[in-house]
Design a protein around this ligand. Structure first.
Ligand code: DON
Length: 307
């Protein structure tokens, strides 16, 4: 295997002069306060070796990266019937777009755009109060990362609850098509809270390791999902994980990945390693600008592209 620590150090050094590039998300007021010059990266290989650089042990708001965890939970509860509520196609639209919902009868294109993740929150709520569903999500992420210190940042959740007018519109629209089983306030309560999970790059990389290792977390020995399900979640991350930037990410990086407006990206090199990067400045698709570049450099240096 290539000298991964040297590669991570080199990526960090090359990107250091560019820290601060991109635009920090400010439509969620609490995210606007984050230092744009933060940069962290962590890789964990399937043998459990960890390679890190920069602010990799500082928690940040994982936002849409959490949609991978809620999808995994929903699939565990509902199996293939999950796909009656949400599709598996790239949207080619912005992450918070409403346009397709009208023509497609309130069924979102995929589980990673906001509408799709709201539909998934509705599925995770089945049989629970919102508080129980949020508790289940936090417990699941702690189990994946084998780390009980992971928590939701209540200020971020409150900030989004107060300003998430688009998400209220999306949820109400879906509800009008009879596509949500629970009250909009409950579904969005779950959605806003899972988006407000605060995690470090190291914790995120650990929690994605099961996707790099055929469904089994090699650090804990726990089988999280079947091999087939891990492959399918990776396929969705590859095709839909970066919204209308998914094609570009596949072209440049070639790894399944999921981004969040907090500037985090979680990526999976199947059979090899899981990776997390954090740099708050975003590109025009709402994906971390330097985070994408760091992963492109990593893929180039390691040859890890799945293509
Ligand atoms: O609902 C929202 O807009 C945010 N909680 C999550 C959006 C997000 O992370 C999109 N990612 N790039």
């Amino acid at each position: 295997m290539a000298d991964l620590q040297a590669i991570v150090d080199e990526i960090h050094a090359k990107l250091t002069p560019r820290l601060g590039e991109g635009k920090v998300a400010d439509y969620i007021p609490q995210l606007a306060h984050v230092d744009p010059k933060k940069f962290g990266m962590a890789i964990i290989d399937v043998d459990g070796e960890v390679y890190k650089a920069g602010d990799c042990d500082e928690p940040f708001s994982i936002q849409s990266v959490s949609k991978v965890f809620t999808l995994t939970l929903a699939l565990g509860k509902h199996g293939e019937t999950t796909w009656n509520r949400v599709g598996r196609e790239p949207s080619g639209s912005a992450f918070n777009s409403i346009v397709q919902l009208e023509h497609e009868e309130g069924k979102p294109r995929n589980p990673f755009i906001n509408a799709g993740a709201i539909a998934v929150s509705d599925l995770v709520l089945a049989g629970h109060t919102p508080r129980e569903a949020i508790g289940e999500i936090v417990r699941f992420v702690r189990y994946l990362a084998d780390d009980d210190s992971i928590a939701i940042d209540p200020e971020v959740a409150k900030s989004e609850q107060a300003t998430g007018f688009r998400n209220f519109a999306l949820a109400n629209f879906m509800r009008s098509f009879g596509k949500l089983d629970h009250p909009v306030e409950h579904v969005l309560g779950v959605y806003f809270h899972h988006c407000a999970l605060a995690m470090t790059c190291t914790q995120l990389a650990k929690s994605a390791l099961f996707l790099a290792a055929s469904g089994r977390n090699p650090l804990t020995g726990h089988t999280v999902v079947s091999k087939q399900r891990a492959r399918r979640i990776n396929a969705l991350m590859l095709t839909c994980g970066h919204y209308d930037g998914s094609g570009d990410f596949a072209y440049r990086v070639g790894l399944p990945g999921k981004s969040g407006v907090g500037g985090g990206i979680m990526a999976v090199a199947p059979g090899k390693a899981s990776v997390a990067v954090w740099s708050p400045g975003l590109n025009h698709n709402g994906n971390s600008l330097l985070g994408s570049l760091a992963l492109e450099m990593l893929a180039t240096r390691t040859g890890w592209s799945v293509f």
